[in-house]
Design a protein. Structure first.
Length: 296
């Protein structure tokens, strides 16, 4: 009996499908693997390659600033991060709105939260943080002040905003003659080279004629000179804050009873009454007597 042509064609197609199942499955598997590899490669490109960021038309100038800045060795994505959900929302918004500015968090908000990842170090109780600076430790770890409160952000330059100090420290004006235009950072340091907020040598870097040896040289300048109150101490500060006993005892007390003040005899930053000085000073009131005979 002769088999109709249509049945032969059907049998041929059925046999071909049967024999090609393995090939089809193999092709599907290869396509799936290639798709996964391509997707993973693209995902890593978006997460690890700064060139992905510059593919956006808005990022050209920012990318150049990043290359020239101090953070050029830090991947963009370390600071500018997005979750998968946020990425898809941003992609859809871009498709819908085109080149219009898009509302996003990874550009202006999230980077500030990422600062501590690199700069905080170990924030153990009492430790110095942010480049071993007491100033940063006090403001960030103790006061919990955010980085962007004190730092300006002009693309990838994060300069300190010196005007920000006055937002919190409204009562900390500078009253010294010739210091009216000083900014807070002129005296207060946040550098790892000088962990203290007020270095011991900060004043004498400018006031080079001040003696660094001798009586009272171990005191900090600010113990007598109050930059946020009264920069020039009053004569009564000597006896009211440190030299209480000397003011009432012995010949110091005798001279104090004659309405003499400490600074009449002791000249600031030298303090010692030498024999040559005594000849000039003592003779104004009485005959010269050697300072060696002065009994406290």
């Amino acid at each position: 009996m002769k088999i109709p042509l249509q049945e032969k064609i059907a049998e041929f197609i059925e046999g071909l499908i049967e024999h090609s199942k393995g090939l089809v499955l193999a092709v599907i598997a290869v396509v799936a693997v290639l798709g996964l590899l391509t997707g993973y490669k693209y995902y890593r490109y978006t997460e690890d390659d700064p060139h992905y960021c510059v593919s956006c038309h808005l990022m050209q100038e920012a990318y150049k600033e990043w290359e020239r800045g101090k953070h050029s060795e830090v991947l963009c994505q370390q600071c500018h991060s997005l979750t998968m959900l946020e990425q898809n929302k941003l992609l859809i918004a871009y498709v819908v709105q085109g080149n219009q500015p898009l509302s996003q968090t990874h550009g202006r908000e999230k980077p500030w939260a990422a600062c501590k990842k690199c700069h905080a170090g170990e924030m153990a109780q009492g430790s110095l943080t942010i480049k071993k600076s007491r100033g940063h430790d006090l403001h960030i770890a103790v006061k919990n002040i955010g980085c962007k409160t004190c730092h300006e952000s002009s693309l990838h330059n994060f300069r300190p905003n010196e005007k920000a100090c006055q937002e919190c420290h409204k009562d900390k004006g500078v009253h010294g003659i010739g210091m009216e235009t000083f900014s807070c950072l002129k005296c207060h340091t946040f550098s790892e080279k000088t962990p203290s907020m007020i270095p011991q040598d900060r004043c004498i870097n400018c006031h080079t004629k001040i003696k660094t040896t001798g009586p009272m040289s171990g005191l900090m300048c600010r113990q007598c000179h109050k930059p946020h109150k009264k920069i020039i101490p009053q004569e009564t500060n000597c006896t009211s804050e440190c030299h209480r006993n000397q003011a009432a005892a012995g010949k110091h007390g005798l001279h104090a009873n004659q309405s003499l003040h400490c600074l009449d005899c002791h000249k600031p930053h030298s303090w010692i009454v030498t024999e040559s000085k005594a000849r000039q000073l003592c003779s104004k009131c009485h005959t010269y007597k050697s300072p060696k005979t002065f009994v406290y």
